[in-house]
Design a binder for this molecule. Structure first.
Ligand SMILES: [Zn+2]
Length: 201
């Protein structure tokens, strides 16, 4: 087999897939696409998202382009665990960076039980720092997909989410008024913006 050929998932084995990238990079869209395909394959699917992310719909995962799938809002990984049906074959989790560190162990346990676990979430926060628990999930996953948005300045693939309003909170559930996708060259960490403002003064 060509080493570059992706291996197919063994039919009965558990597996973790991570879809990660910045804001507006199509993470939810890709998660929805994979879950839809599992539904078409007549697999039993459950989807979850953190209850903090209520920007579009309480009971659906909705991507920025209005693609949607039914999902259950949960406060953390413990709440998610309690709502799992033992018969479920495929579990989708969106915005996993808001579910706390326990989500890593939960995904490992589910994969060990033979489940296909598909997790989407932000890889970095607005400072450009790794956003736990996504880095840990990436480490324990069989497959990682990095998604990119388009830099609003130059059109290059964007890996960063530039916050364009002031605020120090790490969690600011976003839409276009709050964040912009930026490439490495056009991303400025908030600390550098602040020191630049100081210099101007
Ligand atoms: Zn750029």
């Amino acid at each position: 087999m060509n080493p570059a050929t992706p291996r197919l998932r063994p039919v009965h084995a558990g597996w973790i897939e991570v879809i990660t990238g910045g804001m507006f990079s199509g993470k939810s869209e890709e998660l929805i696409r994979r879950l839809r395909r599992a539904c078409i394959a007549r697999q039993s699917v459950q989807a979850f998202k953190p209850s903090i992310d209520d920007r579009y719909s309480e009971t659906e995962i909705v991507s920025h382009d209005e693609n949607r799938i039914e999902s259950t809002p949960v406060a953390n990984s413990e709440a998610l665990r309690e709502l799992l049906d033992p018969e479920t074959q495929v579990i989708g989790i969106d915005e996993a960076q808001f579910l706390g560190p326990g989500v890593v162990q939960l995904c490992i346990e589910l994969a060990r039980k033979g489940k296909r676990v598909i997790v989407a979430g932000l890889d970095m926060d607005f400072r450009g720092e790794p956003f736990e628990p996504m880095p840990r999930l990436m480490a324990v996953a069989e497959e990682v997909t990095k998604t990119h948005a388009v830099c609003v300045v130059c059109g290059a693939p964007a890996l960063h989410s530039q916050r364009i309003v002031e605020g120090d909170e790490r969690v600011m559930v976003g839409a276009l008024e709050v964040y912009e996708p930026r490439c490495r060259d056009h991303f400025t960490p908030p600390d550098e913006i602040e020191s630049h403002v100081e210099e101007v003064r």
